[in-house]
Ligand binder design. Structure first.
Ligand code: ARG
Ligand code: GLU
Length: 684
């Protein structure tokens, strides 16, 4: 059996006929792609990308926090990532008086770099195919434990739905400090209006530094720590990019579902995304209205608003993209061809039926789970009540519980606005009751709402009486709290939901188990297809080229944007487009120093570019490298019409968006006045 899998895998990896530029490849197996990469302009070797024996590019790439990528650009641990990846940290260090979100931040010396509690950076030490070891009976937990002996952090991840297992070993650094961030008027220029949109003019970067103990190993925060000396950092190229140039992205894409069947795509495009979009539209309207009225609320809810809006917009692009490509229909046709092949193979013949039946069985529950978390789960005080109730059931005495609860109360209240939450609660409970399948709303809860005279009155009662929005309360008050009682009434539903808790419908174990043989069968059958493992927040390489695209009939979008577009969008009355005065002045005087260059015969500064690299959420902050492996940009987005690439990649229109490294350097130097940072980089 295992031999067959390995044979299928090696056949699959040897095939080069992936759609142009589709794919996120495992760095240790990049050898199978090198020929294709070199034909497209890559000049280095597989060993330069990943090596167990010597320093390689992988040593310069990090997992930033829990879901972004970053890259080293100096021998002293200087790290670049996106502004939106550093956003939570920048906000956490900000207040109304020291508003680093609005004003930016630049440490003027190492002493001024600001530690970010809770932020970590993980560097991959090595990865190893352990498929055969696991097949021979070794337990993944034991493999992990052995790998963690010398202070590393390890995990075993499944590729191809468990047909391949990889051990990943990391160093996790927890002393990470903020070095610099542009003002949001640059780092988040265009805001949620331009998010997922091209042409783009966002300077989406921020600068951190990783600190280590005297032995250069991970260490908790200490004054005595020193800048970490990475095995490898990227050289920065100021040569820039042009249409057709090779680009490679090295980073941590989070989740894709390229091999799921038509049923799963249909659920996403026709049921799940539309429901989530509708609910988030209402939440966003409520938050935005409150933000428009109060500057403090604007800061307080900035991060929450951005993250709610981000997925909301992505889903809209995904629905459009899947419908436009006809992914469901195409997959049905593909499945018919597969079924014809599988019919004579007893071990595979039943698979599509089994998968279909599994979806039928779990989909109603999964829908309820998604509805629950996007509606009542979105009420902040309600989810606070739930997590405290969980603690209450684990912790023995009243005093211990109160300690635990009150200890985290300040951080809950710091960014909490009860007025917003009350309005959200009214909308979300109403939507929940209305969208739940008949008879599924717990009777006790439905009765409690109607006893109070309807949703709004019930919500009024909750918010007028809850103690959870106060700084202190006793265990007895907690137990009698109306929101805690609501959580108890919905608890049976929540327990049921736990059975289908999974990142995607297809990851529920009852469904997923069929994908292991299905994936194996696909690889055996579709030998002309270059299979890559779905993204799972492990390190990957994607490659492609800088390219414009036809956005709409007759509307071609060029791949490079410049400062001219920033100034064209400039509007002091629109928060998202309010260009900093110093940038206006520089533009008026064309005073760009060494960063000015000619684009179409015009003196300007390049800002962003797009390319055909296959990326996903998690690739934010990833280094964009040229054929020589030099840093030419930082990835930060896709065009919104690309976002179906998590299920189907379309080389004609899928584009990742990067900030040009020359804009990053320009902003550090001319806006931040932090040219000393450039001195520790290798700029070519
Ligand atoms: N769309 C990008 C991503 O998925 C950027 C998100 C942050 N920017 C924003 N305007 N909300 O992470
Ligand atoms: N901004 C996304 C991130 O945080 C990248 C965009 C995408 O989904 O490709 O990873």
């Amino acid at each position: 059996m295992i031999k067959k899998v390995l044979l299928a895998l090696s056949l699959a990896l040897a095939a080069v006929s992936a759609h142009a530029d589709e794919g996120m490849w495992l760095p240790s197996l990049i050898g199978s792609r090198i020929k294709d990469m070199r034909s497209k302009g890559f000049r280095l070797t597989a060993e330069d990308i990943y090596s167990v024996n010597k320093a390689s590019m992988k040593d310069a790439v990090v997992l930033f926090g829990g879901g972004c990528t970053g890259e080293f650009v100096s021998a002293e641990g200087l790290l670049l990532t996106n502004h939106h990846c550093g956003y939570g940290s920048i906000q956490q260090l900000s207040s109304v008086e020291r508003d680093y979100l609005s004003d930016g931040f630049w440490a003027s010396s190492r002493e001024d770099e600001l530690p970010v509690p809770g932020l970590s950076v993980s560097i991959l030490v090595r990865m190893e195919d352990v498929t055969e070891r696991v097949a021979a009976g070794e337990k993944p937990a034991d493999i992990v434990a052995a790998a963690e002996k010398d202070g590393h952090k390890a995990d075993v991840q499944q590729m191809y739905y468990g047909n391949q297992q990889f051990l990943f070993v990391y160093d996790v650094f927890r002393d990470v400090r903020l070095v610099g961030a542009p003002p949001s008027s640059i780092g988040k220029f265009g805001g949620d209006t331009d998010n997922w949109v091209w042409p783009r003019h966002t300077g989406d970067f921020s600068v951190f530094r990783v600190y280590a103990g005297a032995d250069n190993r991970p260490a908790g925060y200490s004054n005595d720590n020193r800048p970490y000396r990475p095995k490898r950092h990227f050289t920065v190229s100021t040569r820039g990019v042009e249409e057709g140039d090779f680009t490679m992205i090295y980073g941590f894409p989070g989740s894709t579902q390229e091999y799921v069947t038509s049923d799963a795509v249909e659920y996403v495009a026709e049921v799940s995304d539309p429901m989530k979009i509708a609910l988030r539209t209402q939440r966003l309207d409520i938050i935005a209205a409150a933000q428009a009225e109060d500057a403090a609320v604007r800061i307080q809810y900035a991060s929450k608003h951005a993250s709610i809006a981000n997925a909301w917009k992505k889903w809209q692009g995904e629905v459009l993209g899947l419908r436009r490509l006809g992914t469901v229909g195409k997959k049905r046709a593909y499945e018919r061809r597969f079924a014809a092949w599988a019919a004579s193979r007893p071990e595979y013949a039943h698979l599509l039926d089994s998968i279909h039946a599994a979806y039928e069985a779990v989909r109603p529950e999964y829908y309820i789970a998604e509805l629950y978390s996007e509606s009542v789960g979105a009420i902040e005080v309600f989810s606070r009540a739930q997590s405290l109730a969980d603690i209450r059931s684990r912790v023995a005495g009243d005093a211990q519980f109160a300690d635990a609860a009150l200890g985290t109360q300040p951080s809950f209240l710091k960014d909490y606005n009860a007025g917003i939450d009350r309005a959200v609660a009214s909308r979300m409970i109403a939507e929940f009751m209305q969208r739940m399948p008949a008879g599924e709303v717990p009777a006790e809860f439905a009765a409690a709402v109607s006893e109070r005279g309807g949703v709004d009155a019930y919500v009024g009662y909750l918010f007028d009486n809850t103690v959870l929005t106060r700084e202190t309360f006793t265990a007895a008050e907690f137990d009698a709290d109306p929101v805690v009682r609501m959580a108890a009434m919905l608890a049976p539903l929540r327990t049921r939901m736990a059975a289908v808790r999974a990142r995607n419908l297809s990851d529920i174990p009852e469904v997923r188990r069929w994908y292991t043989p299905y994936m194996r069968a696909l690889m055996e059958w579709d030998t002309g297809r270059a299979f890559f493992p779905d993204a799972n927040l492990t390190l990957r390489v994607a490659y492609g080229s800088v390219a414009g695209y036809e956005y709409a009939d007759g509307e071609y979008h060029r791949p490079v944007s410049t400062l001219e577009g920033v100034i064209e969008k400039d509007n002091p009355d629109i928060y998202d487009y309010d260009v900093p005065q110093c940038l206006r002045d520089m533009h008026a005087a064309q005073d760009y120093g060494r960063w000015g260059c000619d684009v179409d015969g015009r003196r300007t500064v390049p800002v962003c570019f797009i390319a055909t690299n296959h990326t996903s959420g998690g690739n934010s902050g990833s280094p964009v490298l040229n054929g020589r492996g030099e840093l030419v940009g930082i990835n930060f987005d896709r065009t919104w019409r690309s976002t179906m690439s998590d299920m189907e990649f379309d080389p004609a229109i899928c584009r990742n968006i990067a900030v040009d490294i020359r804009y990053v350097l320009f902003v550090i130097d001319r806006i931040g006045g932090a040219s000393y940072l450039l001195e520790e980089m290798d700029i070519r």
